[in-house]
Write a protein that binds this ligand. Structure first.
Ligand SMILES: [Zn+2]
Length: 67
């Protein structure tokens, strides 16, 4: 994978996003029965220019997403 910003291949993959204050995972909510669950955002980052090259979720996309 190449960074679209600086063309580097120095990419760190699979970092996850957390909220800084209490360390909760950051992501997209979907409903699961009566509960709502967060599909956590994962990112690949360029270690040379600090660009987030890719952000994605690992769960299947076939959910009842809460927008
Ligand atoms: Zn870069």
């Amino acid at each position: 994978m190449k960074c679209p910003h600086c063309n580097s291949e120095n990419i760190e993959v699979g970092l996850r996003m957390f909220e800084s204050l209490n360390g909760s995972p950051v992501g997209f909510r979907f409903s699961k029965g009566i509960m709502s669950v967060v599909a956590q955002i994962h990112c690949d980052i360029c270690k040379d220019c600090k660009t987030i090259v890719r952000s994605y979720i690992v769960e299947s996309t076939d959910k009842k997403w809460l927008k």
